[in-house]
Design a binder for this molecule. Structure first.
Ligand code: ZN
Length: 119
């Protein structure tokens, strides 16, 4: 018997338990680290839009001014997936610096409206 050590791709903890299977039969794993931002993960995603590295690239491209369709073509994922990832990255309470940079970028306050009282 050969045991393969599984590490969490988010916090690199080795306290991992199996957590059932996906509908397609892929094994799911659960991170037991209480401070980890992510609990359930797969070792191999079939869907490109779920791969952590691709999701990171979507946020990076959004920060660098790439459009939704532009990002979707380059990363070979659907435009609706790009929109969903960008929306989620704004509110995700992760400790990753690029996400924090993105949320501070989008939260900049609007300039106060100045009303002119013309006579
Ligand atoms: Zn973890």
């Amino acid at each position: 018997m050969v045991s393969v050590p599984v590490h969490c791709p988010y916090c690199h903890s080795s306290e991992i338990i199996k957590a059932g299977k996906q509908a397609n039969g892929t094994q799911r794993y659960q991170c037991q680290n209480g401070r980890c931002a992510r609990r359930i993960f797969l070792l191999q995603y079939r869907d490109r839009g779920r791969v952590p590295e691709v999701r990171r690239q979507v946020v990076d491209m959004a920060l660098n001014g790439s459009g939704v369709r532009d990002t979707a073509r380059v990363l070979r994922i659907s435009p609706t997936t790009v929109i969903a990832i960008v929306k989620k990255s704004r509110r995700a309470p992760t400790r990753q610096s690029h996400v924090a940079a993105y949320s501070s970028f989008t939260r900049c306050p609007r300039p106060a409206r100045t009303r002119r009282r013309g006579g």
